[in-house]
Design a protein around this ligand. Structure first.
Ligand SMILES: [Zn+2]
Length: 298
């Protein structure tokens, strides 16, 4: 869709609800931030109604750190348990009298970067989050693909690192929050990089220290990054071959490491079928505003 009038957009995470009006040119009005009531649905709905009341006459679009089933409208959000099983858009619309749309925050990230950010001008975009864990979303032909259950683009899940009983020391196959083992989500985010480092050399270091040691050529860190780049770029290469995307904007904390993004990009391009491909991965251009801006395009 093209924006024709301002919208009230909310980026709802497990800690804070960030709100701002988003104008048709993608600029944001003043930010409005309030703690997220996570365990009390009535308190959550009241907080959202209060926010809407401060911004009269505009429809409400939400980037949620969770999922909305496109078929049923039912939401699930691990860090905001009070909205689990709730048809949130319907409840909020009835409460505020506004049209309400809800999208997953990774979906909003991919939409924002494809319309106004690092992937602007690309029709087929795989947006990826390398944050605490791993997320993703797919824009094809300029349109967000939500798919069954709203789970399209979740390249971080599905067991791809084999679980070989007795060979746990040679294969970094860890249990995943989704219930499987060996998902990229277990090694691809900042916590995953730390898990991989600990598995590889027995040392507990935070992700920044691992990356700093890698930059200094420290052998243990270099081996960890060899594993990291090998596994993560292989999964991404499969996703790029499957979807035909020409741009992969990267969000989340690890996107602040341009050398890591560049190394992943080189590794992905050596693993895909297309040849002589210009760079695919690039750090988010919209940063912390991507959720709000992307919500406007839902
Ligand atoms: Zn998983």
């Amino acid at each position: 869709m093209t924006l024709t009038s301002p919208l009230l957009c909310a980026d709802i995470g497990g800690s804070f609800i960030d709100c701002a009006q988003v104008y048709p040119d993608g600029t944001l009005g003043p930010r409005d931030r309030t703690p997220t009531p996570t365990d009390d649905l009535d308190a959550f709905l009241t907080a959202m109604a209060d926010i809407a009341a401060r911004h009269p006459g505009v429809d409400l679009h939400i980037a949620l750190a969770g999922l909305q089933d496109p078929a049923t409208g039912i939401c699930t959000a691990a860090n905001i348990p009070c909205v689990n099983g709730v048809g949130l858009a319907g409840r909020l619309s009835a409460l505020t009298g506004r049209r309400v749309r809800i999208g997953n925050d990774a979906d909003c990230f991919a939409l924002a970067e494809s319309r106004l950010g690092a992937a602007q001008g690309h029709e087929n975009v795989l947006g990826i989050i390398l944050g605490t864990g791993v997320g993703g979303a797919l824009v094809l032909g300029g349109r967000l693909v939500t798919g069954a259950g709203g789970l399209t683009g979740e390249w971080g899940h599905g067991p791809i690192i084999p679980h070989i009983v007795g060979a746990e020391k040679t294969t970094p196959c860890f249990p995943c929050g989704c219930g499987q083992r060996g998902c990229i989500d277990t090694i691809g985010g900042a916590r995953g990089l730390e898990r991989l480092h600990h598995w590889s050399c027995g040392r507990a270091l935070d992700s920044r220290a691992i990356l700093a040691a890698w930059r200094n050529g420290q052998p243990d860190a270099c081996r960890t990054l060899d594993y990291y780049i090998g596994y993560v770029s292989s999964a991404l290469a499969l996703a790029v071959n499957l979807t035909g995307t020409t741009a992969v904007p990267v969000g989340g904390g690890l996107s602040n490491a341009p050398d890591l993004i560049a190394a992943l990009d080189r590794a992905v391009r050596t693993r895909i079928l297309r040849t002589n491909t210009p760079p695919l991965l690039s750090a988010s251009r919209l940063g912390g505003d991507a959720g709000l801006i992307g919500a406007a395009f839902l």
